[in-house]
Design a protein around this ligand. Structure first.
Ligand code: AMP
Length: 191
């Protein structure tokens, strides 16, 4: 199986590039942010809980997020592999993901980070707010909070994968196609 963690701050292009990876490698895309938003749209209990955190730019608690991800993975018994987009965002989530992969007799192949400078991120998120309908993109205070949370809690997760020799970073600046090409090269080098 090919199991990729796509990593990077809000606005780095994880969602866009995930689509390209799905098409080329036939993977299942699991975006925890998308799943939370679908639950919010559906008015589920999970959605209500998640919304209270997402609206402030805070992380949804680990236990809730990990349980949700575990049950999503269970839904795809025969997949060729997964792209985890927006997960893990904390150290406990990274450990839980390893445990889950082990229980399926597989492992994480690599974490690939999209490197984008902060001033570029702010511009991209402001643009995205105009057409995504995402309330957490619309408020500069919420965006700033998400970037802070990323720096403090999520960026350190990189070390977890570095220690396993599974961390790769690519330049996230340039056209969508240029970035996709860099990603494909990295993924093909894993095989
Ligand atoms: P995203 O679409 O990945 O930018 O996620 C939007 C929001 O959903 C985040 O700002 C968090 O509030 C929440 N969220 C998404 N993934 C996670 C995660 N792995 N752990 C905790 N909260 C998450």
């Amino acid at each position: 199986m090919l199991n990729l963690v796509l990593f990077g701050p809000p606005g780095a292009g994880k969602g866009t590039q995930s689509q390209k990876l799905i098409e080329k490698y036939g993977l299942i895309h699991l975006s925890t942010g998308d799943i939370f938003r679908a639950n919010i749209g559906g008015g589920t209990e999970l959605g209500k809980l998640a919304k209270s955190y997402i609206d402030k730019g805070q992380l949804v608690p680990d236990e809730v997020t990990i349980n949700m991800l575990n049950s999503e993975v269970e839904k795809h018994e025969n997949s060729k592999g997964f792209i985890f987009d927006g997960f893990p965002r904390t150290h406990p989530q990274a450990k839980a993901l390893d445990k889950l992969m082990q229980s399926k007799d597989t492992n994480i192949s690599a974490m690939i980070a999209l490197d984008v400078p902060e001033d570029e991120l702010m511009g991209r998120l402001k643009k995205r707010a105009l057409d995504s309908g995402r309330t957490d993109d619309a408020d500069p205070k919420v965006i700033a909070n998400r970037i802070e949370v990323y720096k403090n809690e999520t960026a350190p997760v990189k070390k977890y994968y570095e220690a396993q020799d599974k961390f790769y970073a690519i330049n996230g600046l340039g056209s969508i196609d240029e970035i996709t090409e860099r990603l494909f090269k990295t993924v093909d080098s894993l095989k």
